[in-house]
Design a protein around this ligand. Structure first.
Ligand SMILES: O=C(O)CCC(=O)C(=O)O
Length: 285
C-alpha cells in the first residue's frame, strides 16, 4: 500500500467543488486517506480528480471504500466487467436524459449517498457538467418562505424517464417503469445526516407535487424554487478530460449534464454508493 498521500486541494468556486491532486485512485489506500477524502467531500461537496483512467473494477473498489454499492439505475446498461458500473453513452440523435437539475434517484426512499463518475470518451467540445450547492440555495430563500417550506413534503418520481418507457411499451410500459423505479415522499427542506445543515431537497427532474397543496399552488411553488437552483453563484462547471473522475455528495447537491455536443459521442462510467459507511446513514431525509 502506498504511503498516505499528501493531498492538495484547489477550490473551484466559492460555492462548491474542489480539485484534489496528489492521489492515484487506482492504487489501494489506507483508511486515513479515505477518511480524509470523505472529510473533503463533506466540505466541498464535489471532488474532482484529473488523469485517473480507472478500470471499472477500480471504480467499484473506490466506491466500496465509501460504503455499500447498490441502487443501480432502472434503465442504464451496466459494464460487462463490473455490473456496479453503469455506462452513460450518448451520441447521434439520442436525447441525453440528464440535462435537467437533479439529485440522483430521489424517487427512492433511500437515494444513493454519493456518485462517482468518470469521463471515458468525450466530444471535441461541450459535455460539461454543472453542480449546485443546495445548502446555499436553501440559505438564499426568503425567511418566510423558508419557514413555510420547512413544514412541507413533496413526491418524487421518475419524471421524464416516462418517455422511453412509453415509447417502448405504451401505457403498460409507463406503469411497469413507475413500479420498477418507485416513488418517494421527502421533506422539501432536508437536513444532511452528517453536517446537520438544511438544504433544499427538490429538483426539476424528479419532484412532482407538494403534498397538501392544490395542483396550481404546488406548480407555482416548485417553479419558484427550481428557478433559484438555476442561479450561477451557487454553481461550479466541470470541464471533463478523459480520465477525470468526479465524486459528489448526492445529499446536498444537484447536477446538470449539459447537452450541447451531439451528434458527437460522450461516454461516462458511473458508480452509485448507496450508504455512507462513515455516517452509517443512507437517506437524505
Ligand atoms: O453525465 C453527466 O455528466 C452526469 C450524469 C448524471 O446526471 C448522473 O450520473 O446522474
Amino acid at each position: 500500500m502506498p504511503a498516505t498521500p499528501d493531498l492538495t486541494t484547489e477550490v473551484i468556486t466559492p460555492a462548491i467543488g474542489a480539485e484534489i491532486e496528489g492521489i492515484d485512485l487506482g492504487l489501494p489506500h489506507d483508511d486515513d486517506t479515505w477518511n480524509r477524502l470523505h472529510q473533503l467531500l463533506l466540505e466541498h461537496q464535489v471532488l474532482v480528480f484529473r488523469g485517473q483512467h480507472l478500470d471499472p473494477r477500480r471504480m467499484v473498489d473506490m466506491g466500496r471504500a465509501f460504503g455499500e454499492l447498490g441502487a443501480r439505475h432502472h434503465t442504464y446498461v451496466t459494464h460487462a466487467d463490473a455490473d456496479d458500473v453503469v455506462i452513460l453513452d450518448w451520441h447521434g440523435d439520442m436525447k441525453p436524459d440528464a440535462a435537467e437539475w437533479h439529485s440522483d434517484m430521489t424517487y427512492r426512499a433511500q437515494p444513493p449517498f454519493a456518485s462517482i463518475l468518470q469521463a471515458v470518451v468525450l466530444p471535441p467540445s461541450g459535455g460539461d457538467t454543472l453542480f449546485a450547492n443546495m445548502y446555499a440555495v436553501h440559505d438564499a430563500l426568503d425567511s418566510g418562505l423558508r419557514s413555510d417550506l420547512a413544514e412541507l413534503q413533496a413526491v418524487h418520481d421518475m419524471g421524464a424517464f416516462r418517455t422511453p418507457a412509453y415509447t417502448e411499451g405504451g401505457n403498460a410500459g409507463i406503469d411497469a417503469a413507475m413500479v420498477a423505479a418507485g416513488s418517494a415522499v421527502h421533506p422539501i427542506i432536508a437536513h444532511h445526516p452528517v453536517t446537520q445543515r438544511p438544504y433544499l431537497n427538490v429538483s426539476e427532474s424528479f419532484t412532482r407535487f407538494v403534498i397538501g397543496l392544490s395542483a396550481p399552488e404546488s406548480g407555482r411553488l416548485l417553479t419558484h424554487v427550481f428557478d433559484l437552483t438555476n442561479r450561477p453563484e451557487f454553481h461550479m462547471r466541470l470541464r471533463w478530460q478523459a480520465g477525470t473522475v468526479a465524486m459528489w455528495d448526492n445529499r446536498a447537491t444537484q447536477h446538470y449534464a449539459v447537452n450541447d455536443y451531439l451528434p458527437a459521442r460522450r461516454v461516462m462510467h458511473r458508480v452509485a454508493v448507496a450508504t455512507d459507511a462513515r455516517s452509517c446513514t443512507a437517506a437524505p431525509t
